[in-house]
Design a protein around this ligand. Structure first.
Ligand code: F0G
Length: 464
């Protein structure tokens, strides 16, 4: 008897693209990798990328552009002022984020630098669900204080909750009730990268907006991963199942007064970003600074061709097939590690799987940097480069003292449209093997560090 035809979906994840051009990668031996690691001072940012097999250091700027994006690059117009590429960029941005003023920047941190130079300063306090490292550093650089207000669920790696990126609204209320005069604006990072790539619900954005309204404070989105966040709202928040992703994004934007953005994440570009604001006076101040550091406001540190690539990428990243594949492929990695009993942050975020290194390397004190130790071991064992998000990244305070971060995580960030399922299967094998030997891994000590953003350039030595 023949089975009737069915519309039931298949289990295999289909990458919704075929490969258009390829970049060879180089296999190395474990001895070669051990030597490269020692030469890099056990800092994975110091490795030559050609010595890395699968690069999960970041999803930022590392994605593959589409044929249409490369075609758009050819249409780039390089006029200093008034380029049609800027018009296309602005139209694509405002279609999703209808803010009054759009200031292109060379990447997200440039938008942060401009925004906080104008709004920060000594004595000011800027809350966020969790500040990303460059956001925090840009705020602290002005003398202001960066405050993280995640919901308590967000700090428990093994606790399942659909929107662990949410802000603790009561804590925000408490902060504003006491010190509203020193808070120039409130930020929300979607998805919450440092907190595990976890999404923020529309209900939470709305609740934060209400508190902001009560105290007359503008709300800014750090919207790098807005499309992945919108997909989680569509698939996880009641009432949004039938709402198109682009409409969800517009609803998020309508609750905010402005945004900082890195086009190197969801917009599928290799470089770029923007600052958007509604307030005319703030826009004028920001634009003056933009001209000083980025360039004329119709290119802002980018080539016209970059603006074109971003404009095209914005239409691709809100596509249902793409987002389904994207979020499903991250969960595939996470589920495999979870079933091998590797402690991972659950549920899985939109761009990365985070390993709880403090739990896996429980024999190490946080000040022996379990996340850095694990990331180094993944590289030495299998040529997989990951990123510590823990005490190395956040443990050094502005006054020079050191304290354990809230969590010691290792992030496996997956570049967009770049690796196939077999690459991910290989990563699963490497992580599982390292996890089986984690209890034998020695700690690290820092032998050099700068005062700020130490994770990029610090050098380490294994403790034997
Ligand atoms: N905000 C968030 C939430 C980020 O994740 C990043 C960058 C930025 C701002 C800054 O943007 O790199 O264009 O200047 N995150 C990258 C990462 C670097 O690896 O997560 P940028």
């Amino acid at each position: 008897m023949t089975e009737p035809m069915t519309d039931e979906p298949f289990r295999t994840i289909i990458e919704p693209f075929r490969i258009h051009s390829v970049e060879p990668m180089r296999l190395t031996s474990r001895a070669e990798r051990a030597a490269a690691l020692a030469a890099a001072g056990y800092n994975l940012f110091e490795l030559p990328a050609q010595d890395v097999l699968i690069d999960l250091l970041t999803d930022s700027g590392t994605g593959a552009m589409s044929a249409e994006q490369w075609a758009a690059v050819q249409r780039g117009n390089e006029a200093y002022a008034g380029s049609p590429s800027f018009q296309r960029f602005r139209t694509a941005v405002t279609d999703l984020f209808p803010f009054r003023h759009i200031l292109p920047t060379h990447q997200g941190r440039a938008a942060e630098k401009i925004l906080f130079t104008v709004t920060g300063g000594a004595g000011r306090v800027i809350p966020n669900n969790t500040h990303f490292d460059t956001t925090r550093a840009n705020i602290e650089f002005t003398g202001a204080q960066a405050v993280d207000l995640p919901v308590p669920e967000g700090l428990q790696p093994s606790l399942r909750h659909p929107f662990k990126g949410n802000m603790d609204v009561a804590a925000l209320h408490g902060l504003l009730a006491e010190r509203a005069d020193v808070v120039p604006l409130v930020m929300l990072t979607v998805t919450n990268n440092s907190g595990g790539g976890q999404p923020v619900s529309m209900a939470n954005i709305r609740a934060v907006r209400e508190v902001c309204d009560r105290y007359g404070k503008p709300l800014f989105l750090d919207a790098c991963r807005f499309a992945e966040n919108a997909w989680f709202i569509k698939t996880g928040e009641p009432g949004y199942g039938d709402v198109p992703v682009a409409d969800i994004v517009r609803e998020m934007a309508a609750l905010a007064d402005g945004m900082t953005m890195s086009a190197k994440k969801d917009p599928l570009a290799n470089i770029g970003g923007w600052l958007a604001v509604n307030d005319d006076r703030l826009a004028e101040q920001c634009r003056s600074l933009e001209i000083l550091t980025e360039g004329f406001p119709t290119y802002g540190g980018l080539a016209g061709r970059d603006l074109e690539a971003i404009a095209q990428g914005l239409s691709e990243c809100t596509d249902d097939d793409y987002l389904r594949y994207r979020v499903r492929s991250i969960a595939y990695l996470g589920e495999a590690l979870e079933s091998s009993r590797v402690p991972v942050v659950v549920p899985f975020g939109g761009h990365a799987v985070f390993i709880d290194a403090r739990a896996l390397l429980a024999h190490l004190d946080p000040l022996r940097y379990p996340g850095q130790v694990l990331a180094c071991a993944l590289y030495e064992q299998g040529g997989v480069r990951a990123c510590e998000i823990g005490t190395v990244m956040f443990g050094l305070r502005p006054d020079g003292t050191e304290a354990p971060a809230a969590m010691d995580l290792v992030r496996l960030a997956v570049p967009r449209r770049t690796y196939t399922q077999s690459h991910i299967d290989y990563v699963i094998e490497v992580v599982t093997r390292v996890a089986g030997r984690a209890a034998q891994l020695p700690g690290l000590r820092i032998v050099y560090q700068p005062r700020q953003l130490r994770h990029f350039t610090a050098r380490f030595e294994p403790l034997r």
